[in-house]
Design a protein around this ligand. Structure first.
Ligand code: ATP
Ligand code: MG
Length: 439
């Protein structure tokens, strides 16, 4: 029968064969974030559509073209296209900003954007993200960037460039918008339809447009860096100084404006050329206006999102190491039904001591079981035949060396069938096994 059920376009399966890559990066991001004093937070998969309109911004690609908005009965929601809006909403709703500042949190979550699927661009993708709320100074910008860098370093990624820019505050942006409109106005007719409306509402968005014609027109546009007010300029200079202190290399890229509306002052991206066109692995910036915009007290904040699919793609392309999954420590091969309860007891005892133990559940013969044990990459095998059960004498076979160690099963195991502290009954087995494992 033909397979009729296929996953939706732009989504991915992670099979057990691939999962070790995900557990590796998830461990790296968690441990690194915790080493910077960030704590994990979890938020709903969907939020009110309005939250994203008011934060991500009505003139952005994400809101105009990419949102998954779902209707259930009378209510309408949107699957989160990113994590910042929901995290800030959660901070406000739970009163976290009344606690000691700065609030520092991270998340690992799925995001949903209706985009054209391609390598490194999915419709359901995963982000690791951090948000820090309450600290206005450039030291926190440097801290956020340092956290991103530390993760990339721990992942073993080398060929990646930190691009930084400042997009100023509403004060310096007024002059800039004026200059930008003057520059773009003569090209109004050539711009894509979306950008024509952006010209009035939010001309800086045009610089982020993915259409080749708009990008070409925008190539010579005036640069925001030439319009920074004194405050934003000092902030940017200080950030550069702190990055130098931490020996974090960067390039200034005045073309980076970021695709979401809430950014102010510092914006940055870590970009690699190793995974094709979608090379931005990590992107973020300061968003001093967002918390107030969402109904909180004016509170400066800063964060980034890191695309985990792109992180893994980069690690793969650079031959970075992933932690290999733990494989079977001991495979027990019962030769008949009477041996099965013995296998169960040994397995339970050793599992309670933290070992990965499996036994035959397919009623296979010896040869097939040994083949299966090899497939599992089992380190040791014990065959439990009639003879072994009767004499309580078993052989622990080292699958690497082929070496066999004779062991005695404890005499009392039959009486203690229900005892889960079985490792004591099989003291010999456990002790010998542990010794072998430590060697
Ligand atoms: P891009 O310019 O590549 O569309 P963006 O500006 O839309 O990125 P952000 O909203 O800042 O991206 O998201 C942060 C990170 O999440 C990106 O740098 C990228 O690593 C990842 N990301 C964004 N969109 C996707 C997607 N559709 N598929 C996979 N990863 C994505
Ligand atoms: Mg995008």
């Amino acid at each position: 029968m033909a397979i009729s059920m296929k996953r939706p376009q732009g989504t991915e399966d992670v099979t057990p064969k691939q999962i070790y890559k995900w557990t590796t990066v998830e461990r790296i991001v968690r441990e690194t974030a915790e080493s910077f004093g960030f704590q994990e937070t979890r938020i709903p998969t969907f939020e009110s559509t309005d939250l994203f309109l008011r934060s991500v911004g009505e003139t952005t690609d994400v809101v105009q073209k990419e949102m998954y908005t779902v209707k259930a009965k009378e209510t309408e929601f949107t699957l989160r296209p990113e994590g910042t809006a929901g995290t800030i909403r959660s901070m406000l709703q739970n009163g976290l900003l009344n606690d000691a500042l700065p609030q520092k949190m991270f998340y690992i979550l799925s995001c949903f954007r209706h985009e054209r699927p391609q390598a490194g661009r999915l419709r359901e993708f995963h982000q690791f993200g951090v948000e820090m709320a309450g600290s206005p100074g450039p030291a926190s910008d440097a801290e956020i960037i340092a956290l991103g860098k530390a993760i990339l370093d721990r992942a073993g990624i080398q060929n990646i460039v930190l691009n930084i820019n400042s997009i100023g505050c509403p004060a310096c942006r007024a002059d800039y918008h004026k200059a930008l409109r003057e520059f773009l106005n003569p090209h109004r007719e050539e711009l894509c339809e979306t950008c024509q409306t952006r010209l009035e509402k939010n001309p800086m968005r045009i610089l982020d447009c993915k259409s080749p014609i708009c990008s070409k027109i925008a190539a010579d546009a005036p640069l925001i860096l030439d319009y920074l007010c004194d405050g934003c300029q000092t902030h940017f200079d200080k950030l550069k100084e702190y990055l130098a202190v931490m020996k974090i290399d960067y390039v200034i890229n005045p073309k980076i404006v970021r695709g979401l509306d809430y950014y102010t002052k510092t914006v940055f991206e870590f970009i690699t050329t190793d995974i094709g066109a979608q090379g931005t692995v990590c992107a973020g910036g300061r968003y001093d206006g967002l918390i107030e915009q969402l109904g909180g007290k004016p509170t400066p904040a800063m964060g980034f999102g890191m695309g985990l699919e792109r992180l893994i793609l980069t690690m793969e392309s650079q031959g970075c190491e992933f932690e290999q999954p733990h494989t079977c420590d001991l495979y027990l091969a019962p030769m008949d039904e009477t041996a099965v309860p013995v296998a169960m007891q040994i397995a339970q005892g050793l599992r309670a001591s933290g070992y990965q133990v499996e036994y035959d559940l397919m009623q296979r013969g010896l040869k097939a079981q040994m083949k299966y044990a090899n497939k599992l990459k089992a380190s040791f095998v014990i065959v439990l035949g009639e003879n072994e059960i009767r004499t309580k004498q078993v052989a622990l076979k080292n699958m690497q060396t082929g070496e066999q160690t004779e062991l005695r099963l404890d005499d009392t195991f039959e009486d203690k069938f229900d005892d889960i502290a079985i490792q004591y009954l099989f003291h010999d087995v456990v002790e010998e096994f542990e010794k072998e494992c430590l060697e």
